[in-house]
Design a protein around this ligand. Structure first.
Ligand code: SAM
Length: 245
């Protein structure tokens, strides 16, 4: 799979893509991640990507021309023979980020992970010329009910959520985990604990070794997880896979 991001700040995405498991996944050839500078698709000497809104109002709006050009060229780069053979007629999924969009969730990520290519368009300023949403994008997506300064964080969130569902990207099979927890609450995972079994703080809130002092507060790992009884552990995990309120 390939994920392309169209942005005026490609460095934000490039840096993130060069860390941790995303970097390893690319090195292993499991996916390709690329951020494209929208200004490279302008054709005026100022490399302008925005303009004043028709009808007046505050701020600037991102222009459709460079975005349309970027989408076309990025698709062409991936599907050079598009239309010439059956195999190359597959379509890329084009996603525009907007606080007015449909809220992104794990179900969408699972569906999108089956695509060959995602093209993610990041807005900035007062948003994007609405003709991009109406005519170029397949999906208009929000990552939550709040307004950010740009679509780069949403794009990274979508890229990472989709990437971790691709076979081999994380160290275990998402399918297996999904199978086990689908029975309870969809994709939700259960609470996890690691060493130490008992963690204590003194009355100033500083970590301290457990002793019998009543001035300490200690937090223990649930006993069942230390029991070695996998049937009981599974039952506990199923029961505790729920939304934290
Ligand atoms: N008034 C504009 C609107 O309602 O679309 C706000 C634009 S916002 C300052 C600039 C860009 O950030 C948006 O075009 C979008 O790409 C991105 N953005 C902001 N909040 C977002 C959210 N919750 N989900 C997805 N994208 C968001």
């Amino acid at each position: 799979m390939r994920i392309d991001i169209i942005t005026i700040f490609p460095e934000i995405c490039d840096f993130y893509f060069q860390q941790s498991l995303l970097k390893k996944a690319q090195q292993a050839g499991l996916l390709k991640l690329k951020a494209h500078n929208l200004r490279d698709f302008t054709n005026d000497k100022h490399r302008a990507v925005d303009d004043k809104p028709f009808g007046g109002g505050r701020g600037m709006v991102m222009k459709i021309e460079p975005i349309a050009r970027a989408v076309k060229e990025i698709e062409k780069e991936f599907y050079p023979l598009r239309g010439k053979s059956k195999a190359s007629s597959k379509k890329s999924r084009i996603v525009l980020f907007s606080p007015r969009g449909k809220e992104f969730n794990q179900k969408m990520a699972t569906k999108w992970a089956k695509s060959d290519q995602l093209i993610l368009i990041c807005g900035r300023y007062e948003g994007v010329d609405e003709r991009v949403a109406r005519n170029l994008a397949d999906e208009i997506v929000s990552i939550g009910d709040y307004v950010l300064m740009g679509g780069e964080l949403p794009a990274l969130i979508v890229a990472e959520t989709v990437a971790r569902l691709l076979p081999g990207v994380v160290g275990h099979s998402e399918d297996l985990i999904g199978e086990r927890i689908t029975k309870s609450k969809g994709f939700l995972e259960y609470p996890q604990f690691t060493r130490p079994e008992i963690f204590c703080v003194d009355k100033k809130g500083k970590a301290c070794p457990p002793d019998s002092s009543s001035k300490q507060r200690c937090w223990r790992v649930p006993k069942v997880l230390l029991s070695g009884n996998h049937k009981e552990i599974d039952a506990w995990r199923q029961k505790n896979s729920k939304v934290i309120e």
